[in-house]
Design a protein around this ligand. Sequence first.
Ligand SMILES: *Cc1c(COP(=O)(O)O)cnc(C)c1O
Length: 343
Amino acid sequence: MRIIDLRSDTVSLPTPQMRRAMAEAELGDDVFGEDPTVNRLEQLAAQMLGKEAALFTASGTMSNLVALLTFCGRGDEVVLGNESHIFNNEVGGAAALAGVQLRTAPNTPDGKLPLQAVEACFRGPNIHFPPVRLLCLENTHNRCGGAVLSAQDMGAMAAVARRHEAAVYLDGARIFNAAVALGCEARDLAREADAVSFCLSKGLACPAGALLCGSQDFIARARKNRKMVGGGMRQAGVLAAPGIVALETMVARLTEDHDNARLLAQGLCDLPGLEIDPRTVRSNIVAVTVNGLPAPELQQRLEERGLRASFMGGPRLRFVTHYGIWRDDIERALEIVWECLPK
Ligand SMILES: *Cc1c(COP(=O)(O)O)cnc(C)c1O
């Protein structure tokens, strides 16, 4: 039985071209700055994101942690959405390791933050208050169903932070999905932030890694913080090599994932007991509300028939399309969901 694994785009496997690039990568000790493949990946990433420099990290979580360590000192406050990945899915590393205080503003279902709510988080210079150092945005927005934020929307939120002399960070784990959905370049979105990270290991199908991009000075300090958290890897070129292949060949194809996600959402919205507005599906994530049975029970039934989804808490399941999933798989997935729903 073919397993259709839509739990996450992180389950995507590297392409044959990536495997070859890994085997043949020119290597050196990256802690000494001597891995030519890592250096090439960092230059390419910086160029594509429109920043001066970039840093290769082990994961998106490490990029986010290193960014917090670099922007903030102990006890500084960071404003971010209550549905953000940094707040929900990074094991409290912001508090435990970066020593920052997170202040959430309520995300709207489309992944934005109401401007008044952001404004209200900046409390002014009273002696009792922590300094609010940073605003974090997320695009595409994972827990908001892969919502795509326009440069204009990001700019409006960033402007509030800037008025209060705070920096702006973009958790752009799936920024290329956002850019492809909007028909713009990733740098057009990254421009709204002082620094940005993106993952290689999601829709771009690499085995591991993320890049943190920003100014020359920011990345120099981030490099030291990466070393501090144990992220100085040596012949990391074996992991950077597929990243170069990904940036050169795997960005434009993300539209296939978006088309498959839309097809899935359109099929799901017609099924009894499922709630999803296909018009809100603009990238590769389909978050659906399950009525009539507990979401984990539907998840279990799907699993038994070879369709994997992830449980988002409450009544929601998540399906993520990615490299290795074809239109036929989506059609089969819809049949399986239909078979598993109570009638
Ligand atoms: C996946 C993800 C991360 C973390 O990436 P890992 O490589 O899994 O650590 C961070 N932010 C967002 C929005 C994500 O979707």
